[in-house]
Design a protein around this ligand. Structure first.
Ligand SMILES: NC(=O)c1ccc[n+]([C@@H]2O[C@H](COP(=O)([O-])OP(=O)(O)OC[C@H]3O[C@@H](n4cnc5c(N)ncnc54)[C@H](OP(=O)(O)O)[C@@H]3O)[C@@H](O)[C@H]2O)c1
Length: 269
């Protein structure tokens, strides 16, 4: 029997690498994509060795025009189709709308919003044809919180991924397709994310109870998509914060967010 295959973006580190490990441990084949080919090759070898699955490496920068088509063409060349898509690649852009260039913001939108939407849209027909599809869009807890000073488009993009997941999930359900779409909304997670965007020292001031390891974050995502949940917030602490964000009156929520971003966000001032 042919094994199922998961295409995972941002698989060279953090949450994406953990998705690859957990899919491989379940006996799935994986297609790993990110920019750093050396990291992907190393992970692919590790997974093939440990779990006796097949791992394909597709090195690609999602900021580049035509990136999604290139990834899908490389996958097609292997003669395989993806049963699952994990839209996980991402980064933070410190600073404000005032002190960052449009090029930086436009690149951010291409990687964080255009590419995930395009991957979902272009992979759905194949999933419909095969009668099976599982899609996880890695959003964030900040998709629920008000906008704040700094990292301007991060929260809006993550909100959009939550809504996208809910909508496509509802459309698939209505049409009777066996396709589940889930937005995974982690809070602070120990990965390279805050090292890459240079906010490690600042963010590490957040209390220990707010942090999760990538393992349980990914477990929550896989469990939710299996069960057909359109959104999941991993961890009791993050569930509590998401509920609070929904219940607080808007002006109070904005004031809390302003205080938190003053402490933890880098405005590049
Ligand atoms: N860590 C947190 O606290 C946290 C909280 C909530 C949500 N998230 C979300 O979780 C997701 C994964 O982040 P992480 O925490 O695992 O961070 P990470 O350890 O820094 O990993 C980010 C991954 O994204 C890839 N990536 C970044 N830019 C890319 C580009 N232009 N093209 C292709 N791949 C790119 C990186 O690979 P290359 O550099 O090799 O390209 C890397 O594999 C992100 O969407 C993030 O927004 C993280």
């Amino acid at each position: 029997m042919t094994r199922r295959l998961a295409l995972i973006t941002g698989a060279s580190a953090g949450i994406g690498a953990e998705f690859a490990r957990q899919y491989a441990a379940r006996g799935w084949d994986v297609a790993l994509t990110a920019r750093r080919a050396d990291r992907l090759e190393k992970l692919a070898l590790e997974l093939e060795d440990r779990f006796e699955i097949s791992a394909t490496v597709i090195a690609q920068d999602l900021a580049v025009e035509g990136a999604v088509d290139s990834i899908l063409a490389e996958l097609q060349e292997t003669g395989r189709h993806a049963d699952a898509l994990i839209n996980n690649a991402g980064y933070g852009l410190p600073g404000t709308f005032f002190n960052t260039s449009w090029e930086e913001q436009a690149t951010f939108l291409r990687v964080m919003l255009n590419a995930p939407c395009e991957l979902v849209h272009k992979m759905l027909p194949d999933m419909v044809e095969h009668g099976y599809g599982r899609i996880i869009n890695v959003a964030s807890l900040v998709g629920y919180t008000p906008g704040s000073a700094g990292h301007t488009l991060y929260a809006p993009v993550k909100s959009a991924l939550i809504k996208l997941s809910e909508s496509v999930h509802a459309e698939a359900k209505r049409a009777g397709y066996n396709i589940h779409v889930t937005a995974l909304c982690p809070g602070l997670t120990w990965t390279e994310f805050h090292d890459v965007n240079g906010t490690r020292a600042r963010t590490n001031q957040a209390p220990e109870w707010m942090w999760m390891q990538a393992g349980p974050v990914v477990e929550a995502g896989l469990d939710a998509v299996d069960r057909g949940m359109p959104v999941v917030v991993p961890g009791a602490q993050n569930k509590g914060l998401a509920t609070l964000a929904k219940l607080l009156p808007d002006p109070i929520a904005r004031a809390v967010m302003a205080e938190q971003s003053r402490r933890f966000r880098d405005l590049k001032e």
